[in-house]
Design a protein around this ligand. Structure first.
Ligand code: HPA
Length: 245
C-alpha cells in the first residue's frame, strides 16, 4: 500500500487542506529532521508532511539535514515522496509560475550528507540513478496536472546548486550548456537519499524567477515570494488532483 509523504519547500511550510491528526518530534542516527513530522488526512487520505526548511522557514538549503529527513520518513514506512521545490528558470519554457515535473538531475552541491552508505558497511553500495525520479510517480503528477488544467511541463533537468546565494549570469550560462532547464538548491542529495532507501520519489518544481541574467528584472526576494504564493496555490490544486495516488 502506498504511504505518501510530501516534503514542502520554500512557500509551502504547511499544507493547506491537511487535517492534522498528530505531530511528532523524531530523532534519527543523523540528528533531527527539519521539523515535526506532521501526520494528517488530505482529501480523506493519510499522509505525512515535512517542511524541508522548518516551520517557520529558517533552515537554508545547505544546512537542511537531508539524511535525517529521509531517514525519518523511511522509519515511518513511507513508500512514496512528492517533493516540492522552488526553482529558477534556465531555458525558455521554464517561465515564472510554471510547474515542472523534472526527469533528470545534475548535482553541483558539495559538503552535504550525501549518502547513508558511508560507515560500518558490510559491503559497498552504489545505487542506480540512471532515472533519478520515479517514472510512475512522475506520470501520475503529470496526469493530475493535465486533468486540473495547470500550467505544467512534463520534463526537465534540475541543476542542484549549493546556495544559499543565487547564481551569477555565467553560472546560469554554464548550467544551460550542461543541459539544465531548472536551477534550485534543494533537489540533491534528497532524491539520491530517497533512492538509497528505496522510496519512490518525484519532484514538483515551481518556477519562482528567471535564473540570473535570463529575465529583464532584478531577482528580489519579494518578487520570488509573490510568484511562489500563486505557484503554491497551483501545487495545492495539483496535489488535490493527484491524491489518492
Ligand atoms: N537559483 C537557485 N535556486 C533557486 C532560484 C534560483 O534562481 N530560485 C528559486 N530557487
Amino acid at each position: 500500500m502506498t504511504q505518501l509523504a510530501i516534503i514542502g519547500g520554500s512557500g509551502l511550510t504547511a499544507l493547506p487542506g491537511l487535517t492534522i491528526t498528530g505531530q511528532q518530534v523524531f530523532k534519527t542516527p543523523y540528528g533531527e529532521p527539519s521539523g515535526f513530522l506532521t501526520f494528517g488526512t488530505y482529501a480523506g487520505h493519510e499522509l505525512l508532511f515535512l517542511p524541508r526548511h522548518g516551520n517557520p522557514h529558517t533552515i537554508p538549503p545547505h544546512k537542511v539535514n537531508y539524511r535525517a529527513n529521509i531517514w525519518a520518513l523511511q522509519a515511518n514506512n513511507i513508500t512514496d515522496i512528492i517533493a516540492v521545490n522552488a526553482v529558477g528558470g534556465v531555458t525558455d519554457e521554464m517561465y515564472p509560475g510554471r510547474l515542472v515535473i523534472p526527469d533528470q538531475i545534475i548535482d553541483y552541491t558539495w559538503g552535504r550528507g550525501h549518502t547513508f552508505f558511508e560507515d560500518g558497511l558490510a559491503h559497498v553500495t552504489h545505487i542506480d540513478f540512471t532515472q533519478p525520479y520515479s517514472e510512475p510517480l512522475r506520470r501520475l503528477l503529470i496526469q493530475a496536472g493535465d486533468q486540473a488544467e495547470l500550467p505544467i511541463y512534463a520534463a526537465g533537468t534540475y541543476g542542484a546548486t549549493q546556495g544559499p546565494r543565487l547564481e551569477s549570469t555565467a553560472e546560469i550560462d554554464r548550467l544551460m550548456r550542461d543541459g539544465c532547464d531548472l536551477v534550485g538548491m534543494t533537489g540533491m542529495p534528497e532524491a539520491a537519499l530517497a533512492r538509497e532507501m528505496d522510496i519512490n520519489y518525484a519532484s514538483v518544481c515551481v518556477v519562482a524567477n528567471w535564473g540570473a541574467g535570463r529575465g529583464s528584472e532584478a531577482i528580489t526576494m519579494e518578487s520570488i515570494r509573490l510568484t511562489l504564493d500563486s505557484g503554491m496555490q497551483n501545487v495545492v490544486q495539483l496535489l488535490e488532483a493527484a491524491i489518492p495516488l
